[in-house]
Design a protein around this ligand. Structure first.
Ligand SMILES: [Zn+2]
Length: 147
């Protein structure tokens, strides 16, 4: 495996500086940008608005921040549309903001991380089923074209 793939994943953009090239994953870069932005800005602007909302509503708001990325990835995985690096970066950044908010809310503190992992796994499984189905359909189509 090539080492640059560790940071680039499947869809990357290239940063060039001082004669060096660095390939970074669009979605993960957006995620980190959103996470860092809100984590840093939480020190400046308190989360009083979010904390004034009932706890279960705080959870729903955080999940809404995940929806653009989930929809982008699932619709791409199922072959319903194509995505691009700008969309991946933006949806990753929105998720990063949501994860930062999620880390700050009081919603079920003992189950916050397991719930996040469970939701992420469910989305990943649904997406992987879509990828498998898409590849099976493409293979079948290619097979039919030979006859
Ligand atoms: Zn990535």
């Amino acid at each position: 495996m090539e080492l640059w793939r560790l940071l680039a994943h499947r869809n990357w953009f290239t940063l060039r500086a001082f004669g060096l090239e660095l390939r970074l994953c669009s979605r993960c870069s957006g995620y980190l940008a959103g996470l860092c932005f809100l984590t840093a800005s939480r020190r400046v602007m308190a989360l009083q608005v979010l904390q004034a909302i009932p706890t279960q509503h705080q959870f729903i708001i955080c999940m809404l921040f995940a929806m653009p990325l989930i929809l982008d990835w699932l619709t791409k995985s199922w072959g319903l549309r194509e995505s691009d690096n700008v969309t991946r970066f933006i949806t990753g950044a929105i998720l990063g903001v949501g994860v930062s908010l999620y880390s700050a809310i009081e919603f079920m503190p003992d189950f916050k991380v397991p719930l996040f992992v469970l939701i992420a796994l469910a989305v990943a499984i649904i997406g992987l089923i879509g990828l498998k189905t898409k590849h099976a359909c493409e293979s079948a189509t290619r097979g039919n074209l030979r006859f």
